[in-house]
Design a protein around this ligand. Sequence first.
Ligand code: URA
Ligand code: CA
Length: 448
Amino acid sequence: MLSRNFAELIEKKKSGGELLEEEISWWIDGLVSGSIPDYQTSAMLMAIYFRGMNPHETAWLTHCISISGDIIDLSSLRGVKCDKHSSGGVADTVSIPLIAIATSCGAVMPKMSGRGLGHSGGTIDKLESIPGFDVNLTPLAFADVVNRFGGAIMAQTGDVAVADKKLYALRDVTATVDSVPLIASSIMGKKLASGTDVIVLDVKWGSGAFMTSTLEAIELAKTMVGIGEDNGKTTVAYVTDMNEPLGNAVGNALEIVEAVQVLKGHGPAKLVDVILTLCDEVLMQSGVAHKREDARTMAIDAIASGNALQRFADIVKAQGGDPAFIDRPEVLPQAAVTRPVYAPCGGFVTSIDAKGIGLAAMHLGAGRRTKEDVIDLAVGLVLDVKTGDAVSAGHQIATVYARTEGDAATCEQEILRATVVGQASVPRWQTVVAKISRADGVVTYEQS
Ligand code: URA
Ligand code: CA
């Protein structure tokens, strides 16, 4: 029976009960219309955080989020439409090179992306550092770029999954972000509204991720794969490492430079590993390749031939950007101050706290504390080491790009705090930990 008073519904979840479909619908409708005040939603979020949701509740919450705003119609686009989504990370410059590589091989990737918040970056902010690049395409212009080049990237409009915007803002200030049902419904609610046929997910685990253990990340991945498949979308998830930053660059223009390095064939190994793993999946699920080995060969050839880089230039131009930065990175926003950071002693890099590094870049102005913050596209940092590397005292481990000497000095201290150098050698983090997919109704888990 439908509880009439929303406080009773909070009470029900608080004491471990199951929310019915009509109760979840009532909540989300009330959240969007304003008839249920934010303080009651906040309390419900905390009850869900502690009590969880069963698969049916999570699936229905996802559905309610997905229909809370516009549903994007991509039916005018040819081919199997493929989307990729990361659960959020540091130096996570995957989407831009992935789209260039996969579309140059024949995949179709109409991508709607978000902005960064807190220690994690967003593709739309990174693209805005390219002079002239327009992230706010009309649906018609977006479809035109995708039909010509196989891919385009635009900012998710405020009219898609409206409930998620409100929920996320409340979760952000009530310490209820890192909950499997809340993350799964947030990500998949947006994905279901964005109209693609295939969804490839990159679920991060580790100190820089919302999921701080592999078990939690695998549970999140299974939940999202189940929701996607139940809604008729081919959905595959990879669990990847976010205990240390993925690439080397953290900061918007700096990450565009790193994306170009990947497309020129000299990107950092760990970043390239994730990009190629996800690209294999995109090419196979799109029907462009039938075997993983063939997909990998196509992607490597696309980089070696320059086709992937050319595709990036084509998409940039089609979205109003000037591709001059590809050969002249100095046309991108430049920071006034650069400062090298040196290892304080010799030994082995024992850990590089991804969240600490993300926050260090955020404090420089590369990221947002709150949604309203204005970011500086030029600032950030570039790391020169990974966990497990041997360093000598005075070995350069990073470069800071800052607005002022004071900011640079603060950031240097934050990098040194986040980067532990010890005497014993430690193993490197495994980059790709597991793949989660569903075949014949069974969610399978393959350890890498
Ligand atoms: N990314 C999202 O879009 N939502 C979350 O809840 C977490 C990461
Ligand atoms: Ca956790």
